[in-house]
Design a protein around this ligand. Structure first.
Ligand SMILES: Cc1cc2nc3c(=O)[nH]c(=O)nc-3n(C[C@H](O)[C@H](O)[C@H](O)COP(=O)(O)OP(=O)(O)OC[C@H]3O[C@@H](n4cnc5c(N)ncnc54)[C@H](O)[C@@H]3O)c2cc1C
Ligand code: FES
Ligand code: FES
Length: 1295
């Protein structure tokens, strides 16, 4: 069959970046399961587009597409997730990837230029997706004009784990027609910036539109499945008939976004793509109804219904539906996701908390269902749920007209403001005349149980007891509701109790909204949602006016390459012809013994090569043989048959196949048997109890650290308390991956590791080969946050065992679920204390035990770090601190940004709050009484104690923040706000930080400089790992300063374990400083050698000097490794965090209203980079205290929060509405390298301000209930926790 389109076609065609691609149905490795992102990356070889979650949840894969609207033939431009878009659905599309916008040769697009110059990239892994989301928004608008609000609303589908979003939003808002003045001013500065590494390309994007109208076609694909593109109803029903007669399993493809939710359904044998059918895309309104085709996307529905609500009387309620839909999924998903697709998920999975279903059922909408071209049936929404939908299409949705006496209200209560499915969603339609309900109301809830739709008994009650303003009616209604709502229990969803309470709160909120005239001022706040305005931020730092290359806010060295997709990550290394892909087989029990592994069925599949198991390990089966501390328990690369399974998700084997898709499919066919399975222990409190009961507690302490007391502090009060702090997943956007290539002298290992030495040494043990046979190369990594310090050794070992066994290159790239299940996270902590203090709150004694949950191995317990940071900015008088650990049946936990330290700070700050609460004092006053002073001693730890030899900077910072943060006025405002509002509360918290930066563990990060004699250009390589922290930029500035040469003369090369032999890990925020120091010393060595040449020449140019030196046979290379000889001194970083939050007492939802941060960065080497580290670190920490919750199944031990659907790091609308950051002025570091200080981790400790601000808001709500007791507050604090601790009950619901 010839190529082209039409019913006889054997190919589909589309364009990518203007180039036409024809995909032949016979192509063996492209089938119905092949997604556009795989085609772009593996077939078109465009590696700029990244892939992470493969479920529409992160935005790494966003591309711009231009298509034809099937109803009106007009061009449509939109951003979509290429990871859930089947390549065969792209027929006729015109697609742009990030490479289409600009590059180093042709110049960069203004979007790319702005993002780089606003410091909007760090690791850069999210960056192409961000750029393409912005490009899609711009292109979708007439003349490319966007508003600030449109930008703010457009990024709910793009996660950035590094930046904290503010610089990204600012960069894109600066392009808006209504851009604020401060952003416009920044742009003027950028245009003046001669050193911008990002020259602008003329013109915006590629305007040429090659989208084509789809045509009917049927392709038989190489794997036997059939792909039909239907552009009319007749073709659909013919295809259905064909499928049925061939016995094929059928699926319609609209947006295909449902595969992002229910990922593991299918494969199907017949696909019918229905996006080209005009009837499904129609949007109409007449006097009695609004009609939307079933194939109308959520994005189109939002726009259309929003417009209708403003222009058509009787459809005002559409505004609520439109606003609610804006919170369904995320922008790129909504651009493709259809109404019918959403409803069909609900049809197939009754437990799915579909917002679309709730909205339509509340509005009383109906559906037209087509079972052939002529047979149509109109069904109510509830009848639709009962209907047999096999072989039927949802043709259209019909919304009735409603007079303004109908009050429509809907809610979505979620774990994160955006891009999160509902705990509970609800819709209320109440017709009210003269304060009376005049028709049976519609009360609809989702997220209760699979069968629950209407609160029928409550509806009936209210239709008979119509006085909506009567307290008695209301209370009776709550009682009826309480009886008829019975939520099921499905972790990690919220608890049944909370979900039941929400149904009552939301009914109350609705009635309050209707009766707002009747409600008292104090109560009215319950009627509204928490409003959120457009976020803004300020960044204050001292501009360095000298001609130094240092101390300037330079754009990031690799920023432009990140923004254009030119920056290469390990996964982007092109596939080698003989390469194999490995997929891990994970245990599905949490505790027991591995009995057998049977891969017969998998190995029989074409393209499957071999199963690698523990038997293939030639050396030691332990990827953690080498570590800083003694090993408690080995961490096997693969569990051996007959050995213990330690946790659900542990690696058992690696299946090798010719490509990823085959390996994934085949891995599902590997059968694993276990014996002696027992209930795993996944909760550290249970583990602690078991250890205590067995009398083994003393063995679980790693020491006791004590300090002398001060007899002048008369302890006459004691308080005891405890805290549980949860875990956190790193959520680096680049999941762990590696490429291992067998070589003549051993292996090459390309891997994003923060610690090459650890990876190398453990590989040597596992393979049983010398360290010198292992060549490790790391160019850059897409976010690490501690998760790539020890964990890469695991996948490196698996890939290396496989590669050396089959003697082929082997690649592993973990999907998000494997990454989350198999590898460790932040250690959960339990801490208890007994504190003694005098009448004013000065601490005279403290006894505390600090336990961490180190996972199954116990190897990386870090309660000691908590001890080191426990003292924070305070005296340690009469302290006795005992750190310990427990082990659970969970993955071996590991470092995450500010490991341990954030817990130590949280504990001492909790103690300060507890004392202040008890004494009824301002907590800041209690803190001040206990501040450390010059000459005070440090709590001795393994590293010794010593005295504090400088001035405490916190009082100075407090004075600054009192002015800049308007502290006193805001404190007053919060008090008044809380008195005036029963159902909304605010909380404010100010947290001081003293963060010790030291070189106790080591400082050997070598650097090497080479100058090329021909043109005087310079190369540098060093052992530091660039993972977004701006290390390369700082090194670049340092070299340019040392040699007094322009930055564009210098290039930084990827890191390897030759120059970086024996290197210290890049972690703990010190790698940047150490690499700058090493580079500086290496430059100085060369400068010394150049001196005699310089003396002979008269004012030579750099190039002449270097040429002359070469002639004189001067060595133009040098390297340096920092070590004890350099006597590098540790120092303190000072910081303050001031956070203000608002909570909704009726639902537990919250927002961060404002955050002010001051950090002492010494003399910041690169303020743009340092501000980015501070903002990013802060939002990372905010997520830790709030939205990010890790949940295991208590029965099986399975990690239930193992994907973007369930695990929620902050997004753009979680950041503080007002986010102000300043670097401490005039504070050069006398001890630090080039007078600077580390920035990445200290500020994360200050994020505990959010925890205490929430605590203070909850305390205010409890006080209204008459409860003034201290309460234990575990973290993270989810909306459920806020609600629960506010002690709200329906009997409190009044007017
Ligand atoms: C990251 C993410 C977050 C999400 N968050 C939410 C959320 O918060 N709330 C919420 O309600 N939803 C949410 N969703 C679900 C989303 O709304 C649906 O995935 C989407 O609406 C499905 O539409 P689709 O066109 O992509 O359907 P597809 O995936 O193409 O199809 C889904 C099903 O519908 C069938 N189908 C499609 N069209 C028709 C038709 N016209 N007639 C009959 N059958 C049809 C298909 O056969 C298939 O079985 C989320 C999805 C993702 C990926
Ligand atoms: S990879 Fe596509 S959204 Fe995450
Ligand atoms: S820069 Fe956004 S994830 Fe790293």
């Amino acid at each position: 069959m010839g190529k082209g389109s039409g019913s006889n076609a054997s190919t589909i065609s589309f364009t990518i970046n203007g180039k036409e691609y024809h995909v032949d149905a016979n192509t063996a490795n492209i089938n119905s399961e092949t997604m556009l992102v795989d085609f772009i990356r593996d077939h078109a070889n465009l590696k700029g587009t990244k892939v992470m979650c493969r479920e529409g949840g992160c935005g790494a894969c966003v591309v711009t597409v231009r298509t034809k609207d099937a109803a009106i033939g007009a061009d449509v431009t939109k951003g979509i997730n290429s990871c859930i878009t089947p390549v065969y659905s792209c027929q006729g599309w015109d697609i742009s990837t990030v490479e289409d916008l600009g590059n180093k040769d042709d110049g960069y697009d203004v979007i790319q230029n702005r993002l780089v110059n606003f410091h909007g990239t760090q690791c850069g892994y999210c960056t192409p997706g961000m750029i393409m989301s912005m490009n899609s928004l711009r292109e979708s608008k007439k003349d490319g004009l966007v508003t600030v609000k449109e930008v703010e609303d457009n990024f709910d589908g793009n996660i950035c784990r590094c930046t904290g979003y503010r610089p990204i939003l600012d960069a894109f808002k600066s392009l808006a027609v209504d851009a604020p003045e401060d952003l416009k001013r920044k742009c003027d500065d950028i245009e003046d910036c001669a050193s911008c590494p990002c020259p602008m390309r003329q013109g915006l994007g590629r305007k040429c539109d090659k989208a084509k109208t789809k045509e009917n076609s049927t392709l038989v694909l190489a794997n036997g499945s059939v792909w039909t593109t239907a552009v009319d109803l007749k073709a659909v029903f013919q295809a259905i008939q064909r499928s049925n007669s061939d016995g094929k399993k059928l699926r319609f493809v609209a947006g295909n976004t449902a595969t992002g939710v229910y990922k593991h359904e299918g494969p199907y044998s017949s696909y019918i793509e229905i996006n080209g059918i005009p009837e499904l895309k129609q949007k109409k309104v007449d006097s009695s109804e609004v009609l939307l085709g079933g194939g109308v996307t959520l994005a189109d529905a939002i726009e259309f219904l929003g417009d209708i609500s403003k222009t058509k009387s009787g459809f005002e309620y559409m505004a609520h539906i439109s606003t609610h839909l804006e919170r369904v999924a995320n922008a790129p998903v909504r651009n493709n996701a259809t109404i019918a697709g959403n409803l069909m998920i609900k049809h197939a999975h009754r437990e799915f908390p579909s917002d679309v279903f709730v909205l339509l059922e509340t509005a009383g909408a109906k559906l037209t269902i087509a079972s052939s071209v002529t047979e149509m049936k109109v069904l109510t929404m509830t009848d639709f749920l009962k209907a047999d939908m096999r072989d039927k299409l949802i043709l259209s949705v019909h919304f009735p007209q409603r007079s303004t006496n109908y009050h429509f209200r809907s809610f979505k209560i979620t774990r994160r403001y955006q891009n999160a499915h509902a705990y509970v969603n609800a819709g209320f339609l109440v017709k009210v005349e003269d304060g009376k309900i005049v028709e049976q109301p519609r009360i609809v809830y989702g997220g209760i149980n699979p069968e629950f739709v209407h609160a029928t008994a409550t509806e009936e009650f209210l239709s008979k007891n119509t006085d909506i303003g009567s307290m008695q009616v209301l209370q009776n209604a709550f009682q009826i509701l309480d009886k008829e709502v019975n939520p099921d229990f499905h972790p990690p969803e919220a608890s049944p109790e909370y979900r039941k309470s929400l149904t009552q709160s939301l009914l109350y909120k609705t009635i309050l909204g209707i009766m707002s005239g009747k409600a008292s001022q104090h109560i009215k706040s319950g009627g509204s949602d928490i409003p959120r305005s457009i976020s803004k931020g300020t960044q204050v730092f001292e501009a360095d006016k000298s001609d130094s290359r240092l101390y300037k806010a330079m754009p990031k060295y690799e920023g432009a390459w990140q923004a254009s997709g030119e920056a290469e990550y390990t996964t982007d290394i092109p596939k080698r012809p003989d390469e194999l892909f490995g997929v891990f087989i994970l245990s599905t029990i949490g505790s027991g013994t591995l009995k057998s592994i049977d891969a017969t069925e998998a190995l029989a599949m074409p393209g499957v090569v071999r199963l690698i198991t523990a038997k293939d390990v030639k050396g030691k089966n332990n990827y953690q043989e080498y570590f800083f501390f003694p090993i408690v328990k080995p961490q096997p690369v693969f569990v051996n048959v007959g050995d213990e399974i330690s946790y659900h998700g542990q690696s058992i084997a690696l299946l090798l196949a010719e490509n990823r898709q085959i390996a994934v499919e085949a891995s599902r066919k590997v059968k694993v048997a276990y014996e002696g399975a027992t209930k795993p222990v996944v909760d550290m409190m249970e583990a602690l109890k078991n250890v205590e009961a067995a009398g083994l507690l003393p063995k679980h302490f790693i020491g006791t650290f004590s300090s002398e007391g001060d007899p002048s502090v008369k302890v006459n009060h004691t308080l005891a308390g405890d805290m549980n702090i949860g875990s956190q997943y790193h959520f680096y956007m680049e999941t762990l991956n590696c490429l291992c290539i067998p070589r003549e002298d051993g292996i090459d290992m390309h891997i994003p590791t923060q610690w090459m030495d650890h990876t190398q040494n453990n590989l040597s043990k596992v393979l049983g080969i010398p360290c010198s046979s292992i060549n490790i190369d790391v160019k850059r990594i897409g976010g690490g946050f501690g998760g790539k310090i020890t964990q890469p050794a695991h996948i490196a070992a698996a890939a290396a065992v496989a590669a050396t066994t089959v003697r082929h290159p082997v690649r592993i790239a973990l999907d998000i679920e494997t990454n989350m299940k198999m590898l460790g996270r932040r250690l959960p902590f339990y801490m208890k204390y007994e504190v003694g203090f005098n009448d004013v709150g000065k601490i005279g004694s403290l006894k505390t035990e600090i336990f961490c949950d180190a996972g199954f191995s116990g190897n990386e317990s870090n309660s000691l770090f908590a001890v080191i940071h426990l003292q924070n900015a305070y005296k340690a008088l009469g302290w006795e601190v005992k750190p310990g650990f427990v082990m659970t049946n969970t993955a071996s936990n590991t470092s995450v940004r500010a490991p341990g330290s954030v817990k130590g700070v949280a504990l001492i700050e909790n103690i300060m709050e507890h004392i202040a609460f008890y004494l009824k004092k301002d907590s800041l006053d209690v803190r001040k009484l206990n501040f450390i002073e010059k000459g005070d001693h440090f709590l001795p730890t393994f590293f010794g104690g010593g005295n504090f030899e400088e001035d405490n900077q916190i009082p100075r910072l407090i004075e600054e923040i009192k002015k800049s943060g308007d502290y006193e006025n805001r404190k007053q405002f919060v008090e008044t706000f809380n008195k005036e509002n029963r159902w909304k509360k605010r909380g404010l918290s100010l947290i001081p930080i003293r963060y010790h930066v030291g070189f106790e563990f080591g400082c050997n990060l070598p650097a090497m400089i080479a100058i090329y004699h021909f043109d005087g250009t310079v190369s540098c390589t060093h052992a530091g790992i660039e993972m977004g922290q701006g290390l390369q930029t700082k090194v670049l500035q340092t070299i340019a300063q040392c040699f007094q040469i322009p930055m564009d003369k210098i290039k930084l090369k990827s890191t390897n374990n030759f120059i970086g032999a024996n290197a210290f890990p890049s972690g703990g925020s010190v790698a940047s400083e150490l690499c700058c120091f090493a580079a500086m010393r290496a430059c100085e060595t060369i400068k010394d050698r150049l001196k005699p040449i310089l003396e002979k020449l008269e004012n030579p140019s750099w190039e002449k000097l270097i040429a002359a030196a070469y002639q004189a046979k001067i060595d133009l290379t040098a390297s340096y490794t920092p070590g004890p000889k350099d006597d590098l001194k540790g120092y303190q970083v000072w910081a303050l965090g001031l956070a203000e939050v608002e909570i909704d007492v009726l639902t537990g939802e919250y927002k961060v209203v404002r955050t002010d941060l001051i950090e002492d960065a010494g003399k910041s080497l690169s303020p743009g980079v340092d501000l980015g580290q501070i903002e990013g670190g802060y939002i990372f920490g905010q997520g830790f205290w709030t939205t990010e919750r890790i949940v295991h199944c208590k029965e099986t031990g399975e990690l239930l929060t193992n994907r973007t659907w369930d695990y929620k790091p902050p997004e753009t609308k979680d950041i503080p509405e007002d986010f102000r950051i300043s670097l401490l002025k005039d504070a050069p570091n006398p001890y630090g390298i080039l007078r600077s200080k580390a920035t990445g981790e200290p500020i994360l400790c200050a994020t505990v301000a959010v925890y205490f601000a929430l605590r203070n808001a909850i305390t205010a709500a409890r006080a209204d209930k008459g409860n003034t007791e201290w309460f234990k507050l575990d973290s993270p604090i989810t909306p459920e926790d806020v609600y629960h601790h506010c002690l709200t009950t329906p009997t409190d619901f009044k007017f």
